[in-house]
Design a protein around this ligand. Sequence first.
Ligand code: CA
Length: 226
Amino acid sequence: MASVVIIEDDQRIRELMAHVLAGKGYEVEGAATALDGLQRIVATSPDVVVLDMGLPDLDGAELLKMIRAVTDVPVIVATARSEDTDVIRTLDAGADDYLVKPFSVEQLEARLRAVLRRSASNGAAPAIIVGDLRIDSGSRIATLENTALQLSPKEFDLLVYLAERVGIVVSKRQLMAEVWRQPYGGSEKTVDVHISWLRKKLGETAAAPRYLETVYGVGIKLIDPT
Ligand code: CA
């Protein structure tokens, strides 16, 4: 379940939010001051932060800058000021979303869910590393010995598909169905052509393969040659 740090100096509001969110299954930590909040963020690496802009020891915008200096955790700002300029200033300062006081717990929860959903979809899958090959499907960058490979979108998809199944033989029919989304039609020649282009970019040939090993009559597999 998601963890939340709530930085709010009003004890009544803080405890109410903490109580309701804990009841919904969130792991909640409350902080009454900016510095206590910052310490808790550093100590617990929460999934999301709810930050009241009016704090006794430090301006919320200042704290936001300090949070941004150490982490890109999503921050939902709670503000009593409803002027548009303040909201824009707050978002510019690095907030992911905002709530204008007074807000209901339902509104808070909706914002939490939205922010968590966004950060989950941004949180790209970890890069796949096979030997000297590194494939980052989030940024769609593949490197070989730290040099970026200039791959077409289909070559990239093909490489990812094989790299996710390292050491496993994949048939051309399967590649046609899964990478080209053509389970019934399409020519396996398409696969052959893309594999030969990919080989070239990986600096190898069918006669002297390194990463792409053809298994005759079965298909192809990506292996770690190092
Ligand atoms: Ca306050």
